[in-house]
Design a protein around this ligand. Sequence first.
Ligand SMILES: Nc1ncnc2c1ncn2[C@@H]1O[C@H](COP(=O)(O)OP(=O)(O)OP(=O)(O)O)[C@@H](O)[C@H]1O
Length: 929
Amino acid sequence: MRCLVPRPAGSYLPEPQGPGGAETGRERDLRKSSPSKLQAALGSGHCAAMELGPLEGGYLELLNSSADPLQLYHLYDQTDLAREELELCSEPDMDTINCEQFSKLLCDIEGDEETREAYANIAELDQYVFQDSQLDGLGKDIFIEHIGLEEMISENVEVLEEAGQKSQKRPFPEELPVDLKHRKLAEPVTVPMVTGTFLVGPVSDSSALPCLSPPAVFNKEPESNQRWLEETVLMPVPPSSSLLGCLSLPAGPIQIVPSLPSLPQGLWQISGPGTGVSSMVIYQGEMPQASQVLPSNGPAVQGLPKSPDRPGSTSPFAPSATDLPGMPEPALTSRANTTEDQMSPTQCLEAHEVSSKPPKWPESVEQFCRSLRDKYRAEPADPEGILVEVELVRARLERGGDKSQERGLATPDWAERQLARGGPAEVLLAAGDRRRPRETQVIAVLGKAGQGKSRWAREVSRAWACGQLPQYDFVFYFPCHCLDRAGDRYRLQDLLFCLGPQPQPADEVFSHVLRRPDRVLLILDAFEGLEGQDGLLHSAGGPVSTEPHSFRGLLAGLFQRKLLRGCTVLLTARPRGRLAQSLSKADVLFEVTGFSAEQAETYVTSYLERAGVPERRERALALLHGRPFLLSLSHSPTVCRAVCRLSEALLELGGEAELPSTLTGLYVGLLSPAARDSPPGALAGLARLAWELGRRHSGTLRDSQFPSAEVRAWAVAQGLVQPVPGAPDAELAFSSFLLQCFLGALWLALSTEIKDKELPQYLALTPRKKRPYDNWLEGVPRFLAGLLFQPHAHGLGALVGPAGAAVGARKQKALSRYLKRLQPGTLRAGRLLELLHCAHEAADAGLWQYVVQGLPARLSFLGTRLTPPNAYVLHSALEAAGRDFSLDLRSTGIDPAGLGSLVGLRCVTHFSPALVPGSEALSPQGFAE
Ligand SMILES: Nc1ncnc2c1ncn2[C@@H]1O[C@H](COP(=O)(O)OP(=O)(O)OP(=O)(O)O)[C@@H](O)[C@H]1O
């Protein structure tokens, strides 16, 4: 534990003064001690002391001097190690406790049952507040609120709330003692007794907090705009504003300082009379952040070295096992002297092998584990065998701006994204550090269809099979949509072993699994495919018995911590609708965000190498760059793979090759050869199946559902459907969700069962309550527009021949009437983007002109994600409109390339890409429905 960090002049760290200017005990002690004493103890060779030169006076003077804080820190650190005595007053001073006092305190409490329980409760409170999945500064306001300080929260917090980032309030854990629930920070709490670092002195003016404020409105002054872009978006990332806040207590502010990569822990600074301390800064653990560095005017803690401290809890409120020898279980997993971004999988393995090597297992258990590992190793994470390394991004949920107030994935600005560094082993290891002891931990990996969630989940099981996740003895992988069959019932052990090596293992293995649930990882892949999955995380009454239950019933038991309590559940899902709401129950949330342009190129290269034609790389890349829209769409790995397939086929043909310019064209290009070789009606039959299943939120098929065995065989041979990896009974599924959407749109375009006037209902442009279904097949609208509007020979005709021409023409007319009655200026941002995509896919000059001319001059995308393809169609539309626009691009997650392309447009005269709330330059307008 570190007790003191000197404050450099001009920093916002506390002045060495007690409340009301009075001197604290700590300050008295500091004054009494002489730095020259320290130097003597360290010896003349100590470089920090040498560089500091002769140190005169007491510590207070030293603190106020302009000496380099880094050196002071080392100096103090070494002193501590050299056991140089700092004479402290006899009464333990809450704000100035040192290592020795702390050890003494621990000895005193050892064996004291009540105290230990109190610590456990404090640890619970800490876990509740700090280890929350929404650990973005907002969990902290709940903490303040729950301990009775709502009225004291300063304006700064309101700013965050206004930005729609306020966390969902959760009930206070019932098991916490009443006095802890109602304790106010103002009371002299025992908080400082636990692990942490405390800085002493009052908090300086909160206005000194570093705050990144981009110009409210950008004008067309390329130089200043470019400068800002370079300093903020394109250069090292500033600390997240959402992590940086200042709460005012009546007598002074609490500053919440984001954690820094250079610090082992984050900081909390608490001050004010009545707190019993002049002020206090508490380190708090946090996930590593994307390239996070402080701006030059940042807090002085910037230069602090990593604590060479002994391993311990990352939280001041959660003593670790090393801190509290009497604790029954470690409060948190600790990793000696290592931060997550420093640890390679190999190191992880070594570290865990030492600490958690299981005792020798019975032969049956050993055998089962070996077989399970072999099974995972044998299953390719990807049928193409290509791996582009991508990093997950920390995610959180927030209420949408619409009236429904539904929660969805928050869209942070690009610079605010927090990357979860490393591969699955590192990410899970880091997430495990935030685990509540003896509690089931739910980790959710979210993302749009085709972004690589399943792939990541399969990599996890492979990583375990290769020994990279030694914290787990057992990893069970479940493709959820294949297990949730009506009538199927399982006992927990049936479920665990039904997909594993066969024959199923003996009861001995199951009882071994039950013995250490904390060493069990369950992977629930494609969780959104479960019917009614949204209720699972919240519903009551899950099973506790060993009776058979439905798959959903067993999952409810898991989530309610009634089954395998203490295990880790990793679920992957497309967060939509009510499921997104329920996910607030998850302890940690990540998002898979897809490929960057460079990663897409890497994929193309690997694909051609795997296909044995690496020499075609340059031509393939040239084809892709010739179609910038497809390049932007290759942000999705699924589309990137489709582009590679078509490029390969085109290059195979030789001659002048060119990729199509639309997504519809890409899929028509891929499917038309398959359609030519199909049994009669096979494509239409499969299209109907895609639509029917999609309406029921499903993409998996059983043999009996195919129109005929012939159609099944053709669909498998053409790669339109494929076995679900890891599923029982060779279950089949559409080879991608996007393909299912395309086939669903094809059915809508061809079917005479769907009346022309019903078609607009299937576009995502219509308000939800007027739609007959929920657009689960979210790619349908743009494919439908593409198939109906593109010249017959290049669209429908290429797939079904002249047969569909008449039906298609009628439907096109109906859709055209509808689209031309829409007023783009009245649509909310998400629907406006969908309309632009539909118009782009239609490739119809009249429709395109109608849409772009209807765009309002002031466009707000606040809180709406601008993915690379969204930015592309928006760019094309603004360019085509031929008049000036103002753009609000805040909280859109737009990447630097997209931002550059939009603000580089001559017609964009103003834009507001603020990274922090508060820029009111362009208020959202004009999107009311
Ligand atoms: N990092 C990657 N490297 C190489 N290929 C990838 C990567 N990520 C995804 N893919 C490929 O992209 C395709 C889609 O990936 P995956 O099925 O994992 O997506 P998903 O997010 O689970 O989609 P859905 O929500 O539809 O189930 C697969 O072919 C997968 O192998």
